[in-house]
Write a protein that binds this ligand. Structure first.
Ligand SMILES: [Zn+2]
Length: 214
C-alpha cells in the first residue's frame, strides 16, 4: 500500500505576513518558522487537536523564530536552528519589541543545532535538510521528497530571492545556494514554500524566476 502523504498548512500569524508551515502526521505535527506569539500557536494546535513534536527554523530572523523557543518550552520539545545564525537571535529583539512580542535570549532559549543530511520525522517520513546560506549564514532548506514539499525560507521567492543586506547576508553566496537547489533536480511538481508570499513549484521557478539558474 502506498504511504499516505503528510498534509501541510501555511499559517500566517499576526501581526505580519511571514509564512509559517505546519506538517501534520496523525495527531502530531512539526512547525517551521513559527512567527507570532506562542499563545496564538497553542490555540492553533488545540483547534486542530494536534501536538507539536519539534520546531524548525529556516533561519534566525525574528519573523521566523519569534514563537519557536516558547512553543518548545510549553510542549517540552526541541527547537532547531543552525548555530551559524545564533548571533541573529538577539539582533532580532528590536523587531520583536516593535511588534510587542516577547524578546528572546540566545543563552536561555538556545536552539538545538541543525545537521544537514537525511532525517526521519513524524514516524517514517524522510526529510532532507540542506544548508542554503546567503540570506543568512545558517539558512536551511527542508525537503520532504515523498510529500513533494520543499520549505525554502527566504532563499528564494516567487520570482526573486531574499535580501542580502542584513547581517550574514551575501548575494554571491545566495546565488550559490540557488544553484545548489537547481542542481538537486527536484521534480517539477515539488511545492516550494517560501518564507513570504505564495507557494510555487520547482517547475514554476524554472519557467518564471530569472534567478533560478545553476
Ligand atoms: Zn529572513
Amino acid at each position: 500500500m502506498q504511504k499516505q502523504k503528510n498534509k501541510f498548512e501555511l499559517v500566517q500569524m499576526s501581526p505580519q505576513n511571514t509564512n509559517s508551515v505546519v506538517i501534520f502526521g496523525g495527531d502530531k505535527c512539526l512547525v517551521f518558522d513559527p512567527w507570532g506569539h506562542a499563545d496564538a500557536w497553542e490555540k492553533y494546535f488545540a483547534a486542530r487537536g494536534v501536538k507539536p513534536v519539534a520546531v524548525y527554523a529556516t533561519h534566525g530572523h525574528p519573523d521566523h523564530i519569534s514563537a519557536a523557543a516558547e512553543i518548545a518550552k510549553r510542549f517540552g520539545i526541541d527547537w532547531h536552528m543552525s548555530h551559524l545564525d545564533m548571533d541573529l537571535i538577539e539582533w532580532g529583539n528590536g523587531l520583536l519589541d516593535y511588534f510587542k512580542l516577547p524578546k528572546l535570549s540566545a543563552q536561555d532559549q538556545a536552539p538545538v543545532d541543525i545537521k544537514p543530511g537525511e532525517h526521519t520525522i513524524l514516524g517514517d517520513t524522510k526529510m532532507q535538510i540542506v544548508h542554503l546560506p546567503g540570506h543568512t549564514r545558517g539558512g536551511m532548506g527542508y525537503i520532504l521528497p515523498d510529500d513533494g514539499i520543499f520549505i525554502v525560507g527566504d532563499t528564494l521567492f516567487q520570482d526573486s530571492y531574499g535580501r542580502t543586506d542584513l547581517p550574514g547576508g551575501d548575494e554571491k553566496i545566495l546565488f550559490g545556494s540557488i544553484a545548489k537547489i537547481v542542481d538537486m533536480n527536484l521534480p517539477d511538481t515539488t511545492v516550494v514554500i517560501h518564507g513570504h508570499g505564495m507557494n510555487t513549484t520547482i517547475g514554476w521557478q524554472k519557467q518564471n524566476n530569472p534567478f533560478f539558474k545553476g
